[in-house]
Design a binder for this molecule. Structure first.
Ligand code: FE2
Ligand code: FE2
Length: 243
């Protein structure tokens, strides 16, 4: 059944973005990552985060929210943050073209950390709030406009496919990803972690930021070694394939 809630669609579109951000945020300047891989990451961010996904947010959801005469400062803040993410990517792209891959890595890592936090707030605060403000007709209307974006700018399947490719490619160089799973709503969090764990190359590890121990998740990751970490009230675990 096609998804009927526009906010659910927007939330799910965040997952491939978080996946790419997980790979990028573990990159270090000492990693030997070539310009083609970095270009591919920039292409993903521009095509699917900035255009495909942000077109739906800015031109459909935020636009309609502004007409609602509700306090729009959270929406304005999100738009400003989109601008900040765009400037990071512009910077990364220019650095790659100049051959300064080390600083491009730094810019992409900053993008990754910033976008994870942005998505966390949209998923857990902005979208649930806006979901209550719009009625069924208005949501139906948003879905129609989303279909236009899908026709013109890409598809979720393409987005996920490219995210998988980048994730594997970068992990084969860095051997690690830092997965900000707390940005994913609880009901999808375990599925997300299991999916990316199964994608990672041999010998790689995932550092997963989680907010509590999940026995259900441990059961689903029985082919993996899990090492728990707790520091300053933050819960995380490291997973690697059992050898
Ligand atoms: Fe956003
Ligand atoms: Fe978003």
């Amino acid at each position: 059944m096609p998804e009927k809630n526009p906010f659910r669609i927007m939330t799910v579109e965040h997952y491939p973005i978080i996946q790419v951000a997980s790979a990028l945020s573990a990159m270090r300047v000492t990693h030997d990552i070539d310009s083609e891989t970095l270009r591919k990451a920039v292409e993903f961010i521009r095509k699917f985060a900035d255009r495909y996904h942000h077109e739906k947010e800015e031109k459909v959801v935020f636009e309609k929210a502004k007409k609602k005469k509700i306090g729009t400062s959270p929406v304005d803040a999100m738009e400003r943050e989109h601008e900040m993410t765009r400037s990071r990517v512009r910077e990364a792209s220019e650095l790659i073209e100049r051959g300064d891959l080390k600083n491009a890595i730094v810019s992409l890592r900053e993008w990754a950390n910033f976008i994870s936090d942005h998505i966390d707030r949209e998923n857990h605060s902005l979208f649930p709030g806006l979901d209550r403000v719009f009625d069924e007709n208005e949501k139906e209307n948003m879905l129609e406009e989303f279909s236009r974006v899908d026709r013109e700018l890409g598809s979720y399947e393409e987005m996920q496919e490219l995210a998988d490719e980048i994730f594997v490619e970068i992990l084969s160089k860095t051997g690690n990803a830092i997965v900000e799973a707390r940005a994913i709503p609880k009901e999808d969090r375990d599925d997300f972690v299991v999916r990316v764990a199964n994608l990672m190359p041999e010998n790689a590890t995932l550092t997963v930021m989680y907010d509590e121990k999940s026995e259900e998740l441990e059961r689903r990751l029985k082919d993996f070694e899990i090492e728990e970490m707790k520091k300053n009230g933050v819960y995380a675990f490291k997973i690697s394939k059992k050898t």
